[in-house]
Design a protein around this ligand. Structure first.
Ligand SMILES: Nc1ncnc2c1ncn2[C@@H]1O[C@H](COP(=O)(O)OP(=O)(O)OP(=O)(O)O)[C@@H](O)[C@H]1O
Ligand SMILES: Nc1nc2c(ncn2[C@@H]2O[C@H](COP(=O)(O)O)[C@@H](O)[C@H]2O)c(=O)[nH]1
Length: 219
């Protein structure tokens, strides 16, 4: 028996929803990829979006790329856990995949903006752990957006224009990290994941039973 299952092997651990947000280009996708490589049991929420595919992006892996009409039908059918307008496009978290992963006791990683984080926190409460990434400077943020070579000048300017507004939401997050050095930032995120999993409230009935049996066996 471990913290995930009871004596009958039934899953009793609720998955944690780890949310990463930042201004565009600060490094969420980079950190998410590293975390998923280090934590193969962690599920990732693949968002749906109406934005155009970037070079190298794959439908169903990076995003579910949808037309406006398809996205609107999904909203109408209640298929999203949350959705929002970001940079003139619509982005949303499909409900079904997240609910399946959580039911199986798996943690789920989200890359969503501040609006998505607020909506997830409202619907999923204490199961949400939110992390905000800051760039070391605005100049470095712009450098990273350009170095990525995935967006037009117009898109980059739009994202830089929105960066200060995104950053203003940092106090709403559980953790705020400066992504200066990739390795250090990843280590900090991984430490948060380990610590949050060890919270007493998340260890479930297993801990109660474990301590009761231990004390019962005394003498
Ligand atoms: N600590 C770092 N130092 C230098 N470059 C970095 C660092 N972290 C990420 N980058 C680089 O910055 C660029 C932007 O990173 P990334 O795509 O992960 O950002 P993002 O926050 O996911 O952006 P978006 O919200 O637009 O999807 C990438 O080219 C990435 O390799
Ligand atoms: N509220 C939501 N925001 C989302 C979701 N998926 C991604 N995002 C955020 O959109 C911007 C832009 O992303 P990009 O891939 O076009 O650069 C970024 O801040 C993401 O965090 C979502 O499902 N809901």
């Amino acid at each position: 028996m471990d913290a995930r299952t009871d004596k009958a092997g039934k899953i009793e651990r609720r998955g944690i929803l780890f949310v990463l947000s930042s201004p565009s280009g600060a490094g969420k996708t980079t950190m998410a990829r590293r975390l998923l490589a280090a934590e193969p049991q962690m599920a990732v929420s693949v968002s749906a979006t109406t934005r155009a595919k970037r070079p190298g992006e794959v439908d169903g892996i990076d995003y579910h790329f949808r037309t406006e009409a398809q996205f609107a039908r999904m909203v109408e059918a209640g298929e999203f856990l949350e959705w929002a307008h970001v940079f003139g496009n619509r982005y949303g978290t499909p409900r079904a995949a997240v609910e399946t992963a959580l039911r199986m006791g798996r943690d789920v990683l989200f890359d969503v903006d501040w609006q998505g984080t607020q909506q997830l926190a409202q619907s999923m409460g204490d199961d949400v752990v939110s992390i905000f990434l800051l760039p070391p400077t605005m100049a470095e943020l712009e450098r990273r957006l350009r170095a990525r070579r995935t967006d037009s000048e117009e898109v980059i300017e739009g994202r830089m224009a929105r960066a200060a507004a995104e950053i203003s939401h940092w106090p709403e997050y559980d953790y705020v990290l400066v992504n200066e050095d990739m390795h250090d930032c990843f280590e900090q995120i991984h430490t948060i994941v380990h610590a949050e999993r060890l919270r007493r409230q998340r260890r479930g009935a297993w801990l109660t039973e474990f301590t009761r049996e231990m004390v019962g066996k005394q003498g």
